[in-house]
Each structure stands twice: as C-alpha cells, then as structure tokens.
Design a protein. Structure first.
Length: 179
C-alpha cells in the first residue's frame, strides 16, 4: 500500500514540475549561435503547433532548444551563400514538424501525408551597410515532403524541416545569391 502512495506522489510531483517548467517557458527564445550572419528569435515557442519529441505528448524545453539550435545552424549554413557582409534576421512565430507523436507509441514520430512540415516567420535581409535588401512575412510548407527524397538521408534529425527551409531559401534569395 505504501508503494502505491509513493508512486502516486512521485507522479503528481513530476506532473507539477513539468507544468512549472513549461509555464516558465513563455518567453521568446533567441538561438545561441551567432556568427554575425543570422539571428533568429523564436517568438512564444510554447504556442508553436508541434515541437514535441518522439514518445512524448507535451513539449520539452530541452528538445525545443535542440530543434531551434539545429535549425539555426542550418540557416547559418545556407547564409554562407549570401554575399559578404549580408545578414539575415528572422522572427519565427510558428513551427509544425513533419509527422506527429502519438500517445500509444514510444520514441516514434509517425509520418503521414497529412502531417506536413510548416513554418511561419518574418525576415529581413540586410546588406553590408545595414540597408534592408529584402523583407517579408513568410508561411512555408512542404506538402510533398514524403515524395522523391532519398531514404538514406531521411534518418537525419529534422531532415524534412531543413529540406523545406533550403528550398525556400534558394527560391527567395536566388537573385542575391547569383549577383
């Protein structure tokens, strides 16, 4: 009988602690990576549609930080294609990762055609003098994320999200990159 009470107390404490941690996470998150080319502010990440690790039904702050930093690194890599001195500033207002996590499965993100990756943000691209070259409100999505991609690369973390961002970047900044 004591084991049962102890188990209930531990579960209640864990649930309460998780709620407190998530309540504290209402602030915006600024990615820690900075080489001067890309700055990203993740606005109200607690309200994002889906940044949930596999095997969980609620967001985890450490996982969000992992996702945000990984995507920031990807933007950094893409920014190397921009002319010298250019800087990209993003305000991300939503992220919905490819697939969905389910309560009944452990450590699995189920990929179905209906659960497409999406991202909403605004950006400013500035030249070496700090003048705004381009700015826009953006909603990107990849409705064909399961088609035509090498299965060898799909195991990489955030593969579908990074592919979606790369495609947008190449189209959006094609003239700047080729100048």
């Amino acid at each position: 009988m004591n084991k049962r009470k102890l188990t209930c107390a531990v579960m209640f404490t864990a649930m309460f602690t998780s709620s407190v941690v998530l309540a504290d996470e209402e602030e915006n998150y600024v990615s820690e990576i900075d080489n001067g080319k890309v700055s990203i502010e993740w606005v109200k990440p607690k309200e994002f549609h889906d940044v949930i690790p596999s095997g969980h039904i609620s967001p985890r702050p450490k996982y969000r930080k992992f996702v945000f930093n990984r995507l920031h690194k990807h933007f950094e890599k893409l920014s190397e294609k921009l002319p010298e001195g250019y800087a990209l500033e993003l305000l991300v207002t939503d992220l919905d990762m490819a697939g969905d996590t389910r309560r009944n499965f452990n450590n699995v993100r189920v990929l179905q055609r209906i659960d497409i990756p999406r991202m909403e943000f605004s950006y400013q691209l500035k030249d070496a003098n700090g003048s705004i070259v381009s700015n826009n409100q953006v909603k990107i999505k990849d409705m064909n994320f399961l088609d035509g991609l090498s299965t060898i690369q799909r195991h990489r973390a955030l593969f579908y999200e990074r592919e979606m961002i790369s495609e947008w970047f190449e189209k959006e900044f094609k003239q700047v990159i080729n100048s």
